[in-house]
Design a protein around this ligand. Structure first.
Ligand SMILES: *Cc1c(COP(=O)(O)O)cnc(C)c1O
Length: 219
């Protein structure tokens, strides 16, 4: 299938209120432009360097989401233009993003990445740490940041019940925090599991290979 067919196929499966983050990592700007021309405006990258290179070559109304692990010393390279950092997994990182946001006189949106997978290869805050970080935010510790929601990745497995269980865990935490201060975004689900994620309450999905085709190397 062509990229256009892939894109339309994905869009046709998404309820109107579910945001699509098109994950363009490893793909060239020409292909991103093609998907932009189909109407897509939100793109996700997992590496700072790659996002920095692509940003100046593409239309300025693209909303760039960083979805991969972010080192504190690299926040400064994207602070001026990144729309949302989905992968906040430490207090140190939140502190740094807040500092850079102040420097650039803007607010940066972030999601707290919560570890829900059984595998221990994935980044993310454990649940108590996510809750205590959110509390500090609610108490006003990070004034130039807006925590707009949570992000999570399920275990890489064919076991749909396990994936569902992990997504439902994140949905429960989302609902709890949402009572304390209202949140917009629950980001979960990728090419292979976005429909499960939506059935568990996701309102934002990060889809790469199902739009752009397989990547040359796995990241
Ligand atoms: C690569 C990546 C995705 C997209 O994965 P696909 O399986 O290609 O859809 C989603 N989220 C994160 C954090 C990623 O790194």
């Amino acid at each position: 299938m062509s990229i256009q067919e892939n894109y339309n196929h994905i869009k046709s499966q998404l309820p109107a209120d579910v945001q699509l983050v098109a994950v363009s990592k490893t793909h060239p700007v020409s292909v991103i432009q093609e998907v932009y021309d189909l109407g897509q405006r939100v793109f996700g990258e997992n590496k700072v360097q790659e996002m920095m290179e692509k940003y100046p070559q593409l239309p300025k109304d693209i909303q760039w989401h960083l979805i991969g692990h972010l080192q504190t010393n690299k926040v400064k390279y994207i602070a001026e233009f990144v729309e949302t950092i989905q992968s906040v997994d430490s207090e140190k990182l939140l502190f740094e993003i807040n500092k850079e946001a102040i420097k650039h006189n803007r607010k940066i949106k972030v999601l707290l990445q919560v570890k829900i997978a059984e595998e221990d290869t994935k980044f993310g805050l454990n649940i108590p740490d996510a809750e205590s970080l959110f509390k500090k935010y609610v108490d006003g510790e990070f004034p130039s940041i807006e925590i707009t929601g949570l992000m999570g990745m399920a275990t890489f497995t064919d076991n749909k019940e396990q994936v569902r269980k992990e997504f439902l865990t994140l949905k429960t935490i989302f609902d709890e925090l949402n009572k304390v201060k209202s949140l917009e975004t629950l980001s979960m689900g990728m090419s292979d599991d976005f429909l499960i994620a939506i059935s568990c309450g996701a309102n934002s999905v990060r889809v790469g290979s199902a739009i752009f085709g397989r990547r040359d190397y796995s990241q």
